[in-house]
Design a protein around this ligand. Sequence first.
Ligand SMILES: NC(=O)c1ccc[n+]([C@@H]2O[C@H](COP(=O)([O-])OP(=O)(O)OC[C@H]3O[C@@H](n4cnc5c(N)ncnc54)[C@H](OP(=O)(O)O)[C@@H]3O)[C@@H](O)[C@H]2O)c1
Length: 327
Amino acid sequence: MQAVTISFADNGSLALRESAVPPVGSRDIKIRVHASGINRADLLQRRGLYPPPPGVPAEIPGLECAGEVCEVGSDVSLFRPGERVMALLPGAGQAQYAVVDSELAMPVPVHLSWAEAAAIPEAFATAYDALFHHARLQPGETILIHAVGSGVGTAALQLSAFAGAGAIYGTTSRAKLGKAKELGLTCGIDYHSEEFAQTIAAREPQGVHVIIDLIGASYWQQNIACLSSGGRLVLLGLLGGAKLPANTTITPILSKRLTIIGTVLRSRRLDEKVLLLRELRRTLCPLFAGQRLKPVVDRTFAAEEVAEAYRYVESKQNFGKVVLLWQ
Ligand SMILES: NC(=O)c1ccc[n+]([C@@H]2O[C@H](COP(=O)([O-])OP(=O)(O)OC[C@H]3O[C@@H](n4cnc5c(N)ncnc54)[C@H](OP(=O)(O)O)[C@@H]3O)[C@@H](O)[C@H]2O)c1
């Protein structure tokens, strides 16, 4: 099969190369992939900074894909050959075939294209888990979502609106604010020209109940200032760095009784992912089928254009997801 392949010896260059199709275990399905999502994590993997879990090839990126089941293992009852699925993968999803535990796949609603389906698993699984398992967002609660125009951010925004959050705040660059408002954002903050903590202080004097943070260190002090008493911060990414200034105080964690939670989806045990995906098949899939949630695809590229597609994501122009399409 053809697979996107990182050449670590050549500065992380990307090309399509021939690779062996992985064997199908008794719990697995083999997917003839039609579309593969690109995630910011793939950019890190390419630079050798985000290696996949053991047993997953480091040189083939891809945390999600959509396609047709073409083979099932002897113990699989969830899917049959010919069914349309989208799957959460520990890696190697940017290839013509992907082999994955059947429990990590979800059925694709009929109205969704392959590109739309491939834009769902990683962003929505991450956002759902962060909002409802970790932040325990309640109807009416206020929330601040950083990088709200990212794949994960656009998913968190839609899920927060659907869950009946109170005011939803989000940081992103100016060009993305209008599109975020169409998805339910109450108030967008252009982080290039505004200190978000000032905007939140003016509009929510008690602070926000929940922050979904993809940025990390550079936002830490403003985040802590913005949280209400009893507030919850879920840290999902470190786009703004990992090191806090030496004089950083943690007193407000105590005085405001804050909960700070960090979480990563990819490195979790299979049984933990299986539980999450079972829940998503029950809760999220009907919402996509009923068109109450929609995958946000910014742009698609042919698989052969993979280097350009990665450059586009790196340039931060995308609102929502960028997807590779396979012939
Ligand atoms: N913990 C987990 O399980 C998990 C799972 C999935 C993703 N993540 C993390 O979530 C983050 C978003 O992933 P994604 O794939 O959704 O991203 P994405 O679609 O590539 O979007 C990232 C966006 O973040 C914004 N941004 C703000 N500050 C930035 C900075 N300092 N550097 C780069 N971008 C910055 C940029 O948009 P604007 O500048 O226009 O706002 C950029 O387009 C990543 O850190 C990723 O590693 C974590």
